[in-house]
Design a protein around this ligand. Structure first.
Ligand SMILES: [Mg+2]
Length: 313
């Protein structure tokens, strides 16, 4: 049975309200403009799952920024570096590059154009190091299997819900796609609604030959990298978008969508939390400080699902 607009509005206002999502009002959850979030959230709930899509970063967004037992979480490139058949020289030089460029990547004070230049250097040099030796996917899988439990708490519930509601998920990663897919598969969340756009290893005559093009680094994860990608055909009509990331550049991941789209950007903040908070709040609609769960995006989706259930009565 169809509901009138007024009945629908009553449902949103009386049954599903942003105010009732307690997590959003915790001390570690910051919203610069809660009214705006409320308005878009209501659009999401009214629009239902058919208009929704999720675009998410991978490293430290789908995976945790810190684990409660203190054990480290390897990034997708970290998983590559832990493969034993890589020559020692590669590891050393790759670590040197990391030590040089990672502080630049997360520096809250450097201008964006300088950061971009440095990220291009970092990815290019890493690609140049990955030439001329053997590395099987099975070895990446073996290392990745140790990190399949590093996903944020309730990630399984989140991916299950997204799959059940047929909501497309784009995992958009400037990391290494070979590791990303391996971790997602081994964690049993690589559902048919999940796509991965990332950097993938290239092979020539059975030996490594750098990365496939185009290069995706921390700050070009936007329409430039997605241009003409088949993924956009799949989702161009889904104008309600949840974007999730842990780096400021992640907020631009959905820049290529039509201007009329409604987007809620969720930022996970951990490094330099105090210094970076203002920038994060200016960039993301919802900022979660040291939240190692998927509870907030899950709560938003559960509201959409709850409304669907009411609509279908
Ligand atoms: Mg990340």
């Amino acid at each position: 049975m169809g509901l009138s607009k007024e009945q629908e509005r009553n449902i949103v206002e009386n049954v599903i309200r942003l105010e009732d999502i307690a997590l959003l009002w915790n001390d570690n959850c910051k919203m610069k403009n809660p009214e705006r979030v409320k308005q878009i959230f209501n659009e999401f709930v009214m629009g239902g799952p058919d208009r929704l899509q999720v675009v998410s970063d991978f490293d430290y967004t789908i995976t945790k920024q810190r684990k409660s037992d203190g054990s480290p979480v390897l990034s997708s490139f970290g998983i590559l570096n832990a493969c034993e058949s890589l020559p020692t020289k590669f590891i050393e030089e790759s670590n040197n590059l990391h030590n040089k460029y990672r502080p630049i990547e997360i520096d809250p004070h450097l201008p964006m154009d300088e950061k971009v230049q440095c990220m291009i250097e970092w990815w290019t040099k890493t690609g140049e190091l990955l030439v001329g030796f053997k590395l099987e996917q099975s070895e990446i899988d073996a290392v990745a299997s140790k990190y399949k439990d590093s996903l944020r708490d309730n990630s399984h519930k989140l991916f299950d819900t997204l799959n059940r509601l047929n909501i497309p998920v784009l995992v958009f990663s400037a990391g290494l796609g070979n590791s990303v897919i391996s971790v997602l598969k081994q964690a049993n969340v690589m559902y048919p609604n999940v796509s991965v756009i990332s950097n993938f290893l290239q092979y020539k005559n059975g030996l490594l030959d750098g990365f496939q093009k185009p290069m995706i680094h921390s700050f070009n994860k936007n329409e430039t990298a997605l241009d003409r990608h088949k993924y956009y055909d799949l989702v161009h009509n889904r104008d309600h978008i949840i974007v999730m990331g842990d780096s400021l550049g992640d907020a631009d991941m959905a820049n290529g969508v039509p201007a009329s789209s409604h987007i809620i950007k969720i930022g996970f903040l951990y490094d330099h939390a105090e210094e970076s908070l203002e920038k994060y709040m200016n960039t993301f609609d919802i900022v979660l400080i040291d939240d190692q769960t998927m509870n907030v995006p899950l709560a938003l989706l559960e509201a959409v699902e709850k409304k669907e259930a009411v609509r279908n009565i």
